[in-house]
Write a protein that binds this ligand. Structure first.
Ligand code: PCA
Length: 223
């Protein structure tokens, strides 16, 4: 007997973890380098499925939709490179705008257009970002809550993900979010090694799986 039904992992709930292909003239994308390291890993009873999205408006969300249908994850974490940031950035909000400073990998450069013409202005992540932040800092990793995922392909994918999860009943209860990661050391400074990024993503996922509601951090609790 062969096929997916005999796969011992087939019935195990899964987490979909995406990274992007390189863009903007860079030879590598740290998000993809890191998520690959977690492919197949078991975290809190879930199997991690890592997948690459193209840095292309439109196609990236179509690809993500296909992955949702194929793997039917209980949690989705999209990751992308944010050059210039020195910490793992837990994104709070996806906004309904595309405003590209550089063309995407297919040459498109939308300016001031909505991701979804009939969609709300923004979606909040449904992941417990404060609990994730506290766990990352407790393990000695650099992390922060970010109030903007930008207006390029990462925000487009984050918004597209949250719109799918919010509007299609088949994804009821599926939670989603986005983490921006720093450059790798060979790309410039500030940076974070790929294995450290992967370790942080594993902690972030474990915390998200074990916290349905977020925690409240008092002012100064983490400083
Ligand atoms: N970062 C880009 C898109 C792909 C990626 O890795 C962004 O922040 O929008």
């Amino acid at each position: 007997m062969t096929g997916a039904n005999t796969d011992p992992f087939a019935r195990q709930p899964c987490v979909l973890l995406t990274g992007f292909d390189p863009f903007g003239g860079q030879p590598i994308n740290p998000s993809w380098q890191a998520v690959q390291m977690l492919h197949g890993a078991a975290v809190s009873g879930h199997r991690i499925v890592a997948a690459q999205l193209p840095t292309v408006f439109g196609q990236s969300v179509q690809s993500l939709h296909g992955l949702l249908c194929q793997h039917r994850p209980t949690l989705v974490l999209c990751t992308g490179q944010a050059g210039g940031r020195g910490a793992l950035s837990l994104e709070r909000v996806a906004i309904n705008v595309e405003d590209a400073r550089i063309p995407d990998n297919a040459g498109a450069q939308p300016v001031d257009v909505p991701v979804q013409p009939d969609g709300p202005a923004a979606y909040f992540t449904t992941l417990p970002i404060k609990a994730m932040l506290a766990a990352l800092l407790a393990e000695g990793l650099r992390a922060e809550v970010s109030q903007s995922a930008g207006t390029y392909v990462c925000n487009h994918v984050f918004y597209g993900l949250m719109h799918l999860l919010a509007t299609d009943a088949q994804w009821r209860g599926v939670r989603g979010g986005m983490v921006h990661v720093p450059w790798l050391p060979q790309q410039g400074q500030p940076s974070m090694p790929a294995d450290e990024i992967a370790q942080g993503l594993r902690i972030a996922i474990r915390t998200a799986l074990t916290h349905r509601a977020d925690i409240r951090l008092e002012a100064g609790a983490l400083s």
